[in-house]
Every structure is written in C-alpha cells, then in structure tokens.
Design a protein around this ligand. Structure first.
Ligand code: IPE
Ligand code: IPE
Ligand code: MG
Length: 245
C-alpha cells in the first residue's frame, strides 16, 4: 500500500522521473517477522537492491540514488555493523563481476574514507571500471548523511573564501549544490521509502527540496518491480508546482 494514494483506478499518462531516490528500509523487521537474525534481512535486501537497480536501468531511468548506510547507522550493535561491512564487500566484488557488461555508471556518495581499506579499494575500482559508461548513473549512499554533506560543502566554500578565490557573496544555492556529492546531477524528482516510516532520516536533505515523497508499507526485501511501477503511477498523478501555481 502506498500511503496517501488517491484515485488509484484512473488511468494516468506516465511521467517518468529523471532521478529516483530510494531509502532501502525494513530489512531488520523483515527478518524479525520470520524469526531470523536482522543480518538475514540485510542479505535479502542486498539481493533486492540488484533486482531493483537492474529494473530501473531497464526502464530508462537516468539517475538512481540508493541509501545503503547512513552516518547514524554506526550506532547499531557492532555485530550488525560488521555484517553490513562484509555484505558491502561481497556485493561490490559481485557487482564488479556481474555488472561488467551492464551499462551502469556506479558512484558512491558519502564519506567513504572511514571504511576499511579493502572496501575503499573496491569502491575505487567499481567507480573506475564504470566511469565511462553512458547508461543509468547509480549513486550508492554509504556513510552518507544530508547534514554531513551540507557541512562539507560549507567547509569547501569557506576554504575558497579564506584563500581569496571567491567572495562570500558568491556562496549561492547553486554554489552549494555544486559542492555536494551529487554535483552536476538533477535533483531527485521522486523519493520512495518502503517500510512505512514517514521520515527523511537525513537522506538528500538539500536535493529533495521539491522531491515527491512516496511512502509504502512494504518492507525493502519484499519491494518488487511492480511496487516501483505503482510508485511511478502515483508519481504521474501528482501535480508538482515548485512554489508556482
Ligand atoms: C535498512 O533496514 C538497512 C540499513 C539501514 C542498513 P533496517 O536495518 O533499518 O531495517 P529496520 O528498519 O530495522 O526494519
Ligand atoms: C535510513 O534508515 C538509512 C538507510 C536505509 C540506509 P534507518 O533505519 O537508519 O532510519 P531510522 O533510524 O528508522 O530513522
Ligand atoms: Mg530502518
């Protein structure tokens, strides 16, 4: 079920977003419902990430940003964090192999310098092998926080002012956008949050100023291409005004 959905029977002309963000939430609850450890939910969630990524590329989406690990997720029990790090490593090793022939350009957003060196190396390799691809851009948000990203942009601009390269007046909204991890990409048109939680959880704070939010109560491991299609229908029904009339 998509919350706040209206008039779902009326046929609608599909309006395709250029950029979709997904908060891949609900892995822990999915596992708990089945009497499994939370990490089992993360494993199934990671497999679903591949399915949905491929599906998005197949329907011609230009940009997909997935939230994989937030700057706040370090608060979790150490066993869960290490299981996630192991999964990221496995996933990237597989992605390097599986996505070899797929035209997806992979980028990482977030402060990845804190990850174990082995993982950082895989991150660099994945970005390197896919950098000249012309298909969908996949941003994987890892150790990502919207506040952290904005603070980082402010620091970069502050340093430029201190070096006399720019004047404070040149710190415009555009200048800030240009220092975010997503610089040069269009803002997300649609953000989907499975699992039913109705909050932002520090995802793409700056970029989502005018994004349409779709919250659905399906847990991420159960989220199917058809659920994405339903979200796209709902998106097509929304009237975006960007402050105008
Ligand atoms: C999202 O699922 C995955 C990560 C945050 C890494 P959760 O682990 O948050 O699952 P729930 O919300 O506890 O069900
Ligand atoms: C957001 O989910 C982060 C990711 C899905 C990676 P959380 O599960 O961390 O968010 P809260 O704690 O419910 O707000
Ligand atoms: Mg969660």
């Amino acid at each position: 079920m998509i919350f706040g959905r209206q008039d779902k029977e009326t046929p609608v002309k599909r309006i395709m977003p250029r950029h979709i963000g997904i908060i891949m939430d609900g892995n822990g609850r999915w596992a708990k419902k089945r009497g499994l450890p939370r990490t089992a939910g993360h494993t199934v969630g990671a497999a679903n990430f591949k399915t949905i990524t491929r599906y998005c590329a197949s329907i011609g989406l230009e940009y997909l940003t997935v939230y994989a690990f937030s700057t706040e997720n370090w608060k979790r029990p150490v066993e869960e964090v290490s299981a996630l790090m192991k999964l990221f490593r496995q996933y990237l090793e597989e992605a390097l192999r599986d996505f070899l022939n797929e035209n997806i350009k992979v980028r990482f957003i977030g402060d990845t310098q804190v990850f174990p060196e082995e993982l950082q190396k895989l991150i660099r390799e994945t970005e390197e092998v896919s950098k000249n691809r012309t298909g969908m851009v996949l941003n994987i948000a890892m150790n990502y926080g919207g506040r952290d990203e904005i603070a980082r942009a402010a620091r970069i601009l502050g340093e430029k002012v201190a070096r006399g390269e720019i004047d404070p007046e040149e710190i415009t909204a555009q200048a800030i956008s240009d220092e975010l991890y997503t610089a040069g990409q269009p803002d997300p048109d649609l953000i989907i949050r499975p699992s039913g939680e109705q909050r932002v959880s520090n995802f793409l704070l700056w970029q989502s100023a005018y994004a349409e939010y779709i919250i659905c109560d399906i847990l991420w491991p159960d989220f199917k291409p058809q659920d994405l299609e339903d979200a796209l229908d709902e998106f097509s029904r929304r009237q975006r005004r960007f402050g105008g009339v």
